[in-house]
Design a protein around this ligand. Sequence first.
Ligand code: C5P
Length: 309
Amino acid sequence: MSVAATAGSVHVRAPGKINVYLGVGGRHDDGYHALATVFQAVSLYEDVIARHADDFSLTVSGVEDVDSVPLDDRNLAMRAAKLLATATEYTGGVALEIRKSVPVAGGMGGGSADAAAALVACDALWGTGLSPARMHDLAARLGADVPFALHGGTAVGTGRGDQLNPALARGRFDWVLVTSEEGLSTPVVYERLDILRGEEGALADDPPLSLDVPIPVLQALRSGDALQLAEGLFNDLQAAAVYERPDLEDVIRRGVEAGALQGLVSGSGPTIALLCPDPETAQDVQTTLRGAGLDPLHVHGPVAGARIL
Ligand code: C5P
């Protein structure tokens, strides 16, 4: 039995993410869309503490909208713990405590980070010792973004976003995140994209089921060049998110006016990610946007994936 397994609790930290590039293709028969995306893990974290228990239970604290987080089997962290127990024939339970910092339904993969952290925490607490490959498989079964939260760093995601290849990334990128009090539902935003594409007649020319990340985006990450990355920031879901939340465009405009190189909707939104040339500018952008009554946060990436503290 490992040292962790004999301890009373295990504390794991997992990061939220930004999709610096998100190309959305056609919808597969299972309802999921083909993606070509680049994830970057950023320094905004979910903390999950797992303690031995006979049954499965969950508490959640942290961000403002914490009351909207389900505490039953709809919660991805709870599902992660039960999936691991089933997969390893572990017969006990776990008391999970989640301390959230990533906005709820914000397009930053907060729920996915909880699931990745719960997998790592329970594996250590129970001493189940799963291989990285099996851990990845379980993560992918929980949700398209969960494998990335396990691995962290910068990675290209294809398939549903769950087939990961690490991307070389040099240096540090500074981002100002503007969070929203009210979240956006990911399925609603994908559905809106399909409707918008249908209205534009684009479905006559079916969206591809296999797509790639543009080379200049990968080059910008490899060279740590924020200016070049700013030119490549792209999100196919942005029009759909802006349709649901027209104010988001204004947030991007204000961020750029305040000194950001460029901004985009993170994932399915509504969080806006503003790329800044350096930490000092990011501080300035944060101060200006706060003065305008917004809720900005300065973070940096890439950072590591789910880790035991
Ligand atoms: O996998 P996850 O639970 O994060 O996905 C949430 C929802 O987002 C899915 O139910 C689906 O509606 C949409 N989605 C999609 N195509 C993807 C990923 C997510 O349509 N590749």
